[in-house]
Design a protein around this ligand. Structure first.
Ligand SMILES: [Zn+2]
Length: 277
């Protein structure tokens, strides 16, 4: 079974039991982004995300919206509410702005991994989201994660997606920082990059590892909680299973069954070990 390490929930979610019992997923990590006030999607409220996690404990892992417009104690509040990780999205300043470091310090202390969206982002007009957020990807470059990873070595960072059009920065993250992972959801042009990069060696001080030791399967499906979203998540799982097996299994080291299992499950479980639940 797989772990979907980057997913979303819709308002008034339905049929969650079906996806829990379908036998394909062991866990789904739900990113709350309701704090962005996006009008382009009908995302669940923070309470709905927490409720799903309560209804299906151990299956849905709730990640709270890391609202960097607030004060750093927001991290403690989210932890108290039951969120086990955080999701950062559309900050007004680059992720590595020193102003944001107190937030990361608290997350590190509380053992909360942070999933940072990186790279290409949905076009969104200012009036279609909350105030003081960014419309484009410039504040969400993969390279912004590097300074945070160095400053907070016990914080786990996940770069959402593979960071297009800045994949060299993604490669630098995976090569050099033991606490940065990336997930493979999103922009599918990245598949070309994956083919060439999954077998690259890391030099991150954590022993002999390859990029596929730090890549997570994720659907970023929009959204769990309705039939279309569930079909999309299952389709993405099927796509990656076939891709990693049929292409990887013949030509690459990452196609070996135990290497594939890292991407679908084992790398995510490693991150879970560091979470305080
Ligand atoms: Zn997302």
């Amino acid at each position: 079974m797989a772990i979907d390490a980057h997913a979303h929930l819709c308002r008034k979610p339905r049929e969650l039991a079906k996806i829990v019992l379908c036998g394909k997923f062991e866990q789904v990590w739900l990113m709350d982004v309701s704090g962005c006030g996006l009008k382009t999607h009908d995302f669940a409220t923070a309470e709905e995300v927490l409720q799903a996690a309560q209804d299906f404990p151990g299956f849905f892992l709730p990640f709270g919206y890391l609202d960097l417009r607030q004060t750093p104690d927001i991290v403690d509040r989210l932890r108290e509410k039951g969120f086990v990780g955080l999701k950062a999205y559309r900050p007004a300043l680059p992720y590595d702005a020193p102003e944001y470091f107190p937030f990361y310090e608290r997350a590190e202390k509380l053992g909360m991994p942070i999933l940072f969206h990186t790279g290409i982002v949905e076009k969104c007009k200012r009036e279609d989201m909350g105030a003081n957020l960014s419309c484009g990807p410039g504040n969400m470059r993969p390279s912004h994660l590097a300074a945070i990873a160095a400053a907070f070595p016990n914080l786990t960072l996940i770069g959402g997606h593979l960071g297009y059009p800045w994949q060299e920065e993604t490669a630098h993250n995976l090569y050099y920082y033991p606490n940065i992972y990336h997930d493979l959801s999103g922009y599918r042009k990245d598949v070309e990059w994956l083919l060439k990069n999954l077998d690259r060696k890391c030099n991150d001080g954590a022993g002999l590892r390859y990029f596929n030791d730090k890549i997570l399967f994720a659907s970023d499906a929009l959204c769990y909680g309705d039939a279309t979203g569930h079909a999309e998540a299952l389709k993405m799982l099927q796509f990656w299973e076939l891709f990693l097996d049929v292409v990887g299994g013949y030509y690459y080291r990452w196609g070996e069954p135990e290497e594939r299992a890292k991407i679908f499950r084992d790398n995510a479980l490693k991150i879970c070990e560091g979470m305080k639940r």
